[in-house]
Design a protein around this ligand. Sequence first.
Ligand code: ZN
Length: 270
Amino acid sequence: MRYIDIDDLVLPANWNARATAAAAKVALGGDPDVDSQVWRDLKDGLGDLSNDKCWYCETPIPRSDNAVDHFRPKGRCSDAATTHNGYRWLAFEKTNYRYSCTFCNSRRKDVSHGTVGGKADRFPLLNEANRLYAPGPLHQEEPALLDPCALDDWELLGCRQEDGSPCASSNDPIVEQRVRASIEVCHLDHEPTCKLRHPLVVKLLSEVAQAKRFFPLSKTDPAMRHEFYEVAKRIKKSIDRKSPFSGELIFILKGQRHTDHPWIQKILES
Ligand SMILES: [Zn+2]
């Protein structure tokens, strides 16, 4: 996961007027799905913000497969303590949109690997008592799900070196709770996704090991200096925000920091 600044979204001409008109119909009791084309028209713009990667899992996916997810579900909310008809008033609010792959967005069962997930109408909160049932200040709610559009949330998600499966980046109980919720709701432990992620982790660790060997030699040997920079460039590329699973790879790279290797911190900050 990486931070997405949704304010960078480029809106098609006349989009705001169409969204306002559609929201007015919903306020009068209309079904948001009637005007679903309004949010579908943002799909390309939302994809542009992440280099066409899912905002939740960073899997690159063909645009045709992607969906515009409503972070706060528009239809109903199955996590609410009492009947919740969805955050209908946010159906046409652009800041409620997340670009999402089918596995993160739609409820699916992976029978062969025993996992199930997909966001659908899920939206768990840390404290259910604070849930909004009508328009109100959104900051009142503390989402359990990690939000790619919240400045710090992406850094809370890591992955395991041994199999590429998702994990919390710290053992803070709230972080662990939120990561658990995100894994469950967004199906982040979907085995085929972990299998895509794992080889990149293995490659990164092998390049870091190589760079750690080259680095001390690079101080006196120009040929080794060249080799070191070549590997360092590849490491930097793998954590670039355009690269698949870059958030989790940053977590792995952070774990490799060492006082003898200040270049790792430099790459992380670059
Ligand atoms: Zn996804």
